[in-house]
Write a protein that binds this ligand. Structure first.
Ligand SMILES: [Zn+2]
Length: 400
């Protein structure tokens, strides 16, 4: 068994211990100590980081035999080691974890909602509530209550109790564990069985903020941040909002309404643009079709655009084919060169080999059906040559 020093003092970061066992397992060196302040991954809380004899401890896990396994990338020789727990990470976990106790009890008080899951990840923490839907006002009330518990700076204490005594403690959630139980109490507010690391006073949590909620199966997942994370989160949101507001040339408080208004305008403009494109494609098709006289019954319409949308090329090809029997060869220059070759169903030949050859000229590739092929490439400078090549090949196809 490893003596877990963090049970009695979660603020302890430096300690000495005796090495019980050290062995190479795969690429890592596993160390078991007689005592440790390193918290192992468990109960939804990730492990601590730190060092042993100056070498980084990269993973800490609960062994199945009551010991704690510390993993290092470096092989250790000494039988007594000096260890250091990385405090900023530990304190962050203490803030989030104690915040979770407060928030979970707050949901019970304001909405009779029990917490059935907890996860602490690198950027935020989540609790799962046993309800598919939670009223937004309940979320705000729970958040308000949780923060008032922070302001009241209540003491947080832990004790080890035998199982029969634990039954009388009115735990927030009954424990499945057998044997001695570690119980964490927030004065006159919450009593929970928990093996994690917590702050001494609720004031150190520094604030509890719900970021968002989502429905997961039949539960509600509440994402929240505490302490230092809420400061970072606030800074990011505030900087993002400032950027949005500057981009829109409005005051930050006017940005949401402006975004909504502009989104609506954008939808209307897209609709109008689409109608105009249809109209333009029709006019252009008529113009291009009649500009090219049919020679011995063969009409090849060739046109090159610059920076046009691919969708417009498709639209134009459709309209051209509707004008009468023809071959359509369209190119579009820009960052990416595009090619579209099409023929009326009544005309002969397979355009796929033609596209294969022409798309190589623009350093790209393409494909499709015998009557309609599309391709793209990186070399717009060769687009004119590719279209000329397509015209020669198509003429050969038309002449059989
Ligand atoms: Zn806890």
């Amino acid at each position: 068994m490893t003596d877990r020093l963090y049970y009695s003092d979660s603020y302890l970061t430096e300690f000495e211990a005796r090495v019980l066992q050290g062995e190479q397992v795969g690429t890592l060196f596993e160390v078991r100590l007689d005592r440790t302040a390193f918290y192992p991954t468990s109960g939804g809380q990730p492990h601590d980081l730190g060092s042993m004899e100056g070498h980084p401890v990269v993973e800490v896990d609960d062994g199945s035999d009551g010991t704690i396994i510390h993993r290092l990338e470096h092989r250790l020789r000494p039988t007594r080691v000096r260890c250091q727990v990385h405090w900023p990470r530990r304190f962050d976990h203490m803030q989030q974890h104690t915040g979770q106790h407060v928030l979970s009890q707050s949901f019970i008080r304001v909405a009779s909602l029990a917490t059935v899951g907890f996860h602490l990840s690198a950027g935020y923490s989540t609790i799962d509530l046993e309800a598919a839907d939670v009223d937004p006002s309940a979320l705000r009330s729970a958040e308000d209550l949780a923060n008032s518990i922070v302001y009241q700076n209540r003491s947080v204490t832990s004790q080890l109790v035998p199982p029969d005594e634990a039954a009388r403690l009115n735990l927030r959630k009954p424990s499945q564990r057998e044997g001695i139980l570690r119980v964490v109490s927030i004065r006159d507010f919450d009593v929970s069985a928990c093996g994690g690391t917590h702050v001494r006073q609720t004031g150190e949590i520094g604030g509890i903020f719900i970021n968002r909620v989502e429905r997961v199966n039949r539960r509600t997942r509440v994402e929240f941040v505490c302490g230092g994370r809420s400061l970072h989160s606030y800074r990011h949101c505030s900087e993002d909002l400032d950027r949005i507001a500057k981009g829109l040339s409005v005051a930050p408080q006017d940005a949401p309404d402006r975004v909504e208004k502009q989104t609506q305008e954008m939808k209307t403009l897209r609709k109008r643009l689409k109608a105009k494109d249809e109209w333009l494609a029709e006019l252009l098709a008529q113009d291009l079709f009649h500009q090219v006289p049919a020679q011995e019954g063969i009409r090849i319409v060739k046109h090159q655009f610059e920076g046009e949308e691919r969708a417009f090329l498709n639209l134009l090809a459709q309209r051209l084919l509707a004008c009468g029997p023809c071959w359509v060869l369209l190119g579009n220059g820009g960052e990416q060169a595009q090619l579209l070759l099409a023929r009326s169903e009544s005309l002969p030949g397979d355009l796929r080999p033609v596209m294969k050859e022409c798309s190589l000229m623009i350093s790209g590739r393409g494909g499709g059906s015998p009557a309609l092929v599309q391709g793209g490439g990186s070399d717009s400078s060769q687009l004119g040559n590719a279209l000329d090549c397509a015209a020669r090949r198509v003429l050969a196809l038309a002449n059989g």
